[in-house]
Design a protein around this ligand. Structure first.
Ligand SMILES: C[S@@+](CC[C@H](N)C(=O)[O-])C[C@H]1O[C@@H](n2cnc3c(N)ncnc32)[C@H](O)[C@@H]1O
Length: 229
C-alpha cells in the first residue's frame, strides 16, 4: 500500500479541521487522555512522537515538562503544518521539530530517544508490527514507550451507545464539519477493525518491549499502553 498517497493524503485533506472535530467528537476528552497519559511518563531529554499529527501530544509533553525536546514524524505535511503553527505560537519551535516520513522506516539511528510516544497513530499503520519494531529500535535501553489508541468498551450498555455514536453520529458530524465524504467513515472502520487491550500488548511484547501494561480510560473508549525497552 502506498502509505503517503493513501493515509498521508487523507490526513492532508482534513488537517485544518482535525483539531476542531477531534475536540468536538470526543467532547474534549481527548485533552484529558493525552494529559493523563503524559503524566505517567518519566521526565526525559529527547522524546520521539510518532505520527505527531497536529502536535497536541508533543505540546503536552513540553507543557508538562516531561520532555526537553520532541522530535515528531508524520506522513502528512498538512497535519504538521498545523502543528508547527501551534508550536511557533508558544515559542517552542526549537523544542519541537518535525520530519516528514513514515513510522515504518524512520530516519533515526538505533537507541536515539529516551522515550517514544504515539497518540492515535498506530491503528493507521499499514504494517503494525513493522511500526512497533521501528519504535523499539530507535528507543534507548530502559526507555519508555507510550501509546494512546481508541478501543472498544467492554460494558454492554456503553458499547451500544458507543456503536450508535460511532456508526451514526460521528461520520455525520465529521462529514459536515470537515466537508470530506470519506475521512470519518475511514476513522470508524479503522477503530472497529483494530485490536486493543491484551492483544495489542502481545504485539508490543513481540516487538521486544517488556513490562507492557494497558490502562483503559473513559469506559474503555481509549486505552493507554506502556512498555519499556
Ligand atoms: C489520528 S492522527 C493523530 C495525531 C496526533 N498524534 C494526535 O494525538 O492527535 C493520526 C496521524 O498518524 C499519521 N500517520 C498514519 N500512518 C503513519 C505512518 N505510517 N507514519 C507516520 N505517520 C502516520 C497521520 O498522517 C496522522 O497525522
Amino acid at each position: 500500500m502506498d502509505e503517503k498517497k493513501n493515509i498521508g493524503s487523507l490526513f492532508d485533506r482534513i488537517a485544518r479541521s482535525y483539531d476542531h472535530i477531534n475536540h468536538l467528537l470526543s467532547l474534549h476528552t481527548d485533552r484529558l487522555w493525552r494529559h493523563r497519559a503524559v503524566s505517567r511518563l518519566s521526565a526525559a531529554d529527547s522524546v520521539l512522537d510518532v505520527a505527531i499529527g497536529t502536535g497536541d501530544l508533543a505540546i503536552e509533553l513540553v507543557r508538562s515538562r516531561k520532555a526537553q525536546k520532541v522530535q515528531g514524524i508524520d506522513l502528512s505535511e498538512q497535519m504538521m503544518a498545523v502543528a508547527a503553527q501551534k508550536v511557533a505560537a508558544r515559542g517552542w519551535s526549537d523544542r519541537i521539530r518535525f520530519d516528514l516520513g513514515s513510522a515504518l522506516d524512520m530516519p533515526y539511528a538505533d537507541n536515539s530517544f529516551d522515550a517514544v510516544t504515539c497518540g492515535f497513530g498506530v491503528r493507521n499503520f499499514s504494517d503494525l508490527d513493522k511500526g512497533l519494531k521501528e519504535m523499539f529500535r530507535v528507543l534507548r535501553k530502559d526507555g519508555e514507550v507510550l501509546i494512546l489508541e481508541f478501543s472498544y468498551p467492554e460494558q454492554r450498555i456503553v458499547r451500544r451507545l458507543y456503536d450508535f455514536y460511532f456508526s451514526r453520529m460521528m461520520p455525520f458530524i465529521g462529514k459536515t464539519v470537515s466537508r470530506d465524504k470519506t475521512a470519518y467513515s475511514y476513522f470508524r472502520n479503522s477503530v472497529k477493525g483494530f485490536i486493543w487491550g491484551e492483544t495489542l500488548c502481545d504485539r508490543l511484547r513481540q516487538a521486544g518491549f517488556k513490562n507492557v501494561t494497558f490502562t483503559p480510560m473513559t469506559f474503555g473508549i481509549c486505552t493507554m499502553y506502556k512498555g519499556v525497552k
